[in-house]
Design a protein around this ligand. Structure first.
Ligand code: CP3
Length: 343
C-alpha cells in the first residue's frame, strides 16, 4: 500500500512522477454525476446509498485518471449524525442552527459505524473497485468549518453568526467546537478503518477569522482531529483557505501534507514552510474555464516551480467549480502525468 505514488509523495518519499487528484473531483460539472444523482433520488440519496457512493467516486477517478479518489460524501453529514436536521438545495442548510450553549449541549454523541455506516460501506465498496495503485482519500470538515455551517444555518457570505460567537461569546464557540472536534475525529478514524489510505481535513472557512481567533478556534481544533487521525498511521492532509499569512502555523499542526490555495505561489509556500510537510496545490480552479492551451501552460508552470522537490501533490487551489468543462479537468490531469522536467 505504501508503494502508491500518492502516499509516497504525502510522506515526502521519492516518486516516479508527481501524483495528481482534484478537490471535489466528483460533482456537478460531470453529466454522469448529474444523471447518477437523478437516479439516486437527489444528493442525499447519493450520499446514503453505498452503491451510489462507490459509483460516483469510481466514475470520476476513472474518467479523469487521477492517482487518488476522494470518497463521495459531504462534510455536513456528521452534523446530521449529531441530530441536527440537514437539507441540500444544492448547498447544505440547517433549519435549526446552533447558536447557544444549550444548542451545543443538545448535539448527540454518535457511533459513525452505525449512524454513518453507509459512508463506511461506500468506502469498502469503493476500495474494492479501485486499482491497487490508486489511493482512496477519506475526509471531514475541520471543526471550525463544519461548525460555521452549523452556526450559520445557510452558508453565509459574511459569517456574521459565527463571528458574533468568536468575538462576543467565545465560551459557547469553544463548547460547539469541542463537540464537533470529537464527532469528526471519530468519523475520520472510522473512514480509515473502513479502508481509506489517507484523510483530508477541509478548513474552508478558517481564513474568515481575525488572526488571533484563527489560531484559537480554527488551528487549535484542527490539531485535535489531526492528532486523532495520525494514530491510525495514514497520511493526513490539512487544507485551509485564505490562510497564507499564517502558513507556518498551518504547517505545524501535525499534518503530513499542507494544501495551499492560489493566494501564494508554491515556491513562496515551500520557502515559508521548509521541508517539514509535503505540499499540495494550487491551480486556481477558474483557470479551467480557459482554453486547453492555457490550462496546460498554467499547470506546467506550477510543475516547473516544484521540479525536483520531494513531497508535492498536484491539485487545484480549491474545489472544482460546477460549470467547469470536464475535458479541461482531464487535460490538467494528463498534463501533470505526461510532464518531464525540462533541463
Ligand atoms: O469528489 C468530491 O470531492 C465530492 C465529495 C465532496 C462533496 N463535498 C460533495 C458535494 C467533498 C469533498 C465536499 C466537501 C465540502 N462540502 C466542503 C469543503 C470543500 C470546499 O469546497 O470548500 C464544504 C464547505 C462542503 C459543504 C457543501 N456541500 C457545500 C458548500 C455545498 C454546495 C456546493 C456547491 O457546489 O454548490 C455542498 C453540496 C455538495 N457536496 C455537492 C457535492 C457534489 C453539490 C450538491 C448537488 O450535486 O446537488
Amino acid at each position: 500500500m505504501t508503494q502508491r505514488r500518492f502516499i509516497r509523495a504525502c510522506r515526502r518519499e521519492t516518486v516516479d512522477r508527481i501524483p495528481v487528484w482534484l478537490m471535489r473531483q466528483a460533482g456537478r460539472y460531470m453529466r454522469e454525476y448529474r444523471e447518477l444523482k437523478e437516479r439516486a433520488g437527489g444528493f442525499w440519496g447519493l450520499c446514503n446509498q453505498p452503491e451510489a457512493v462507490a459509483e460516483a467516486t469510481l466514475f470520476a477517478q476513472k474518467w479523469l485518471g487521477t492517482d487518488a479518489a476522494i470518497i463521495f460524501s459531504d462534510i455536513t453529514l456528521p452534523a446530521w449524525a449529531m441530530g441536527l436536521p440537514l437539507e441540500f438545495n444544492p448547498g447544505p442548510r440547517f433549519p435549526t442552527p446552533v447558536r447557544s450553549a444549550n444548542d451545543a449541549r443538545a448535539l448527540a454523541n454518535f457511533d459513525p459505524n452505525q449512524k454513518l455506516g453507509f459512508v463506511m460501506e461506500g468506502i469498502r465498496k469503493t476500495r474494492a473497485g479501485l486499482p491497487n495503485d490508486v489511493s482512496l482519500i477519506g475526509f471531514v470538515g475541520a471543526p471550525l468549518t463544519l461548525a460555521s455551517y452549523m452556526i450559520e444555518g445557510t452558508p453565509g457570505r459574511t459569517w456574521n453568526e459565527l463571528k458574533k460567537l468568536a468575538y462576543g461569546d467565545p465560551d459557547t464557540l469553544h463548547l460547539v467546537l469541542a463537540r464537533v472536534a470529537e464527532a469528526v475525529s471519530a468519523h475520520a478514524v472510522a473512514q480509515v478503518q473502513a479502508g481509506c489510505d489517507a484523510l483530508q481535513l477541509f478548513d474552508t472557512t478558517a481564513g474568515e477569522l481575525a488572526a488571533a481567533e484563527l489560531h484559537t478556534f480554527a488551528f487549535a481544533y484542527a490539531r485535535r482531529v489531526i492528532e486523532a487521525v495520525k494514530k491510525t498511521g495514514v497520511p493526513v492532509i490539512y487544507f485551509a483557505r485564505n490562510v497564507s499569512a499564517h502558513l507556518e502555523a498551518a504547517a505545524d499542526l501535525g499534518a503530513d501534507v499542507l494544501g495551499v490555495d492560489w493566494g501564494i505561489s508554491m515556491t513562496a509556500a515551500r520557502k515559508r514552510v521548509g521541508e517539514r510537510v509535503a505540499l499540495m496545490g494550487n491551480l486556481d480552479p477558474s483557470a479551467l474555464f480557459c482554453s486547453p492551451d492555457v490550462v496546460g501552460q498554467r499547470t506546467t508552470a506550477i510543475l516547473e516551480e516544484m521540479r525536483g522537490a520531494p513531497g508535492f501533490v498536484f491539485n487545484l487551489g480549491h474545489g472544482i467549480l460546477p460549470e467547469t468543462p470536464p475535458e479541461n479537468a482531464r487535460h490538467l490531469v494528463r498534463t501533470v502525468q505526461a510532464w518531464k522536467p525540462s533541463s
